[in-house]
Ligand binder design. Structure first.
Ligand SMILES: [Zn+2]
Length: 198
């Protein structure tokens, strides 16, 4: 395996407000990254010279910030394939009047459009909060290879907190999972949102 991986350009504000929820951001131009050791988390599946998960999660947090600025529940997601971001999303339920417009769904739709395939078997999804049942189901349908998320969602999480849809014993597709990546910051942005609404 000698695939080259590179890091997202986190120095620029790459998430512009979308004219169309499925067409914003596009594919980022990526900067080379010095080789960084990874693999210290409780996970499987990452190539040996891949950028650390925290880098992609930073980008997901950036997307969550976009949701926050728009008055939406601040959850952000990025889909990554072979070291490139191929889809970004943040919650847009209110703006789109769409109960399915969760960050993960939007990121998956953009990723599918980018690669021209509804199967995303080589892709990883990074999301700030444990996916809900709908999004976990979409990850299974997409055949996502790996899921990395920040904080657990004790109210609706469908990886392990409330129900187990990801890696349910009766589902064929298995997804490598890592949780707890930048979990403190992911939870903080969500908690401050709900605190301010009270
Ligand atoms: Zn969801």
């Amino acid at each position: 395996m000698s695939r080259k991986f590179s890091a997202p350009d986190l120095s620029s504000d790459s998430c512009k407000p979308p004219p169309n929820p499925l067409k914003y951001c596009g594919v980022s131009i990526l900067l080379p990254l010095p080789k960084t050791p990874v693999g210290d988390g409780p996970t499987t599946g990452e190539p040996p010279n891949a950028p650390p998960d925290e880098l992609w999660m930073e980008e997901a947090l950036r997307c969550a910030q976009r949701a926050l600025e728009a008055g939406e529940v601040p959850v952000g997601a990025v889909a990554v394939c072979e070291g490139r971001i191929i889809g970004r999303g943040w919650n847009r339920n209110i703006a789109s009047s769409d109960p399915t417009a969760h960050a993960e769904i939007i990121a998956l739709r953009e990723a599918g459009a980018t690669v021209g395939n509804h199967r995303l078997e080589e892709c990883e999804l990074f999301v700030t909060i444990e996916p809900c049942a709908m999004c976990a189901g979409a990850l299974v349908h997409a055949r996502i290879r790996r899921l990395v998320y920040g904080a657990d969602d004790p109210k609706a999480g469908a990886v392990r907190s409330v129900v187990q849809i990801v890696n349910h014993p009766q589902l064929n597709h298995k997804i490598a999972v890592r949780s707890g990546v930048l979990a403190g910051r992911s939870a903080e942005v969500l908690q401050s949102f709900f605190k301010n609404r009270r």
